[in-house]
Design a protein around this ligand. Structure first.
Ligand code: ZN
Length: 387
């Protein structure tokens, strides 16, 4: 099947500043125009955000290499991920038209458009009645399709709790100096907390790289959240983790979304987001990994696993001195504290930080829990207040 994978206009309104954590989508409802997909977006411009919380202007249009596309076009039609789809009715709907073998190898962009960026929803699925549903874990403990009609009705109104107790399949944590935030693996929500208010739901959390979480999925989540908040409309939203064979870690996630009341004028996308981390080699069978350009931060693995296995908020964990970059006081590293996280920039602060006052209220998330937990979700500490 000849397939054109086109540049994503979704990139309009998104900000990419390379591999740092400063990927700051600037989309608002007014700037979301994802219903059209241009055939070429060749220019690329990047600007630094002018301040930490700034959503300064810059845009980069992801384009897909046609060579990679052609190379994959001849790949076997047999998808090794098909067994994943047999677990649920919802899964079968999107599986029918998605074939992992049609996805080109990762080549430097966090995601590629699928099906010309049009989701696989049937017209009868479009509803303005908010709902959310999650597949049961399969026999290997893996998540399946997460499906929702996102509306203000199901968005969070309360503080989120802790998710540190959830260990998604393939959770094999490791730290690297060349990963922003150090931890390779994040507990990655399939349907983001800001959309679903689903917190420690094991059916909604997968082992995902920080790159998948922040560079790949977050811009789409933010776009959707902004649109719903500003219009009050609904967005049909489905995220399918794609596993090959019996791998415990997904190759990536298929993200589909369509705004309902305006038939996709506000939000429309269908993308495969790669579960990769630049310069890190990952074994998707079990989540083990190694750096391609340097070595892992040895001596800190114990702290990583210690943090991960902390059974409760009461358990105190301390970052090892050698790894601590900041001059945060010791008490700040104990597990339970209140932080203000920015769901747009993926930074977190002490409530007293001056950055908090400048934060867009709709991006503000009050978090009570451990610092390690926020970091394991992909948040990085503010450099100003050093939480
Ligand atoms: Zn701060």
């Amino acid at each position: 099947m000849k397939k054109r994978i086109l540049a994503l206009l979704i990139a309009v309104g998104l900000v990419f500043t390379g591999c740092t954590s400063e990927a700051v989508p600037t989309s608002s409802a007014g700037s979301i125009e994802s219903s059209e997909v241009p055939s070429e977006l060749s220019s690329e411009s990047t600007a630094e955000a002018s301040s930490e919380e700034s959503s300064a202007a810059s845009s980069e249009a992801p384009t897909i290499s046609s060579e990679a596309e052609e190379a994959s076009a001849s790949a076997s039609a047999e998808s090794s991920s098909e067994s994943t789809y047999e677990s649920g009715v919802l899964a079968q709907r999107s599986a029918a038209d998605f074939d992992l073998s049609s996805i080109p190898e990762y080549s430097g962009k966090p995601y590629v458009a699928v099906n010309d960026n049009v989701p696989f929803f049937g017209s009868s699925e479009l509803t303005t009645k908010a709902f959310e549903s999650y597949s049961s874990l399969d026999s290997l403990g893996r998540c399946g399709v997460a499906y929702a009609c996102v509306g203000k009705e199901i968005m969070p109104t309360e503080k989120r709790g802790e998710i540190g107790s959830v260990k998604p399949s393939g959770w094999n944590q490791k730290k690297y100096s060349n990963v922003d935030g150090k931890y390779l693996w994040n507990r990655c929500h399939l349907i983001g907390y800001q959309l679903s208010a689903e917190n420690a739901n094991p059916k909604n959390l997968i082992t995902g790289t920080r790159y998948l979480n922040v560079e790949g999925m977050l811009p789409f989540e933010n776009m959707t959240a902004d649109y719903v908040k500003e219009t009050g409309n609904h967005v049909l939203y489905r995220v399918t983790p794609i596993f090959s064979g019996n791998n415990l870690v997904a190759d990536g996630v298929l993200m589909e979304a369509e705004s309902v009341e305006d038939s996709g004028d506000g939000v429309l996308f269908n993308v495969f987001v790669y579960n990769v981390q630049p310069d890190i080699a990952i074994d998707y069978a079990d989540g083990s990994s190694e750096s391609l350009i340097g070595s892992a931060i040895t001596g800190n693995e114990s702290s990583a696993s210690k943090a991960e296995t902390s059974p409760a908020a009461e358990t105190q964990t301390f970052a090892p001195a050698a790894e601590t970059q900041t001059s945060a006081p010791a008490e700040a590293q104990s597990t339970s504290s209140t932080y203000i996280a920015n769901t747009n920039t993926m930074k977190f602060h002490y409530p007293s930080c001056s950055s908090v006052d400048q934060m867009n209220p709709s991006n503000k998330m009050e978090f009570s829990g451990s610092r390690d937990e926020l970091i394991s979700q992909g948040y990085v500490p503010c450099k100003r207040c050093n939480p």
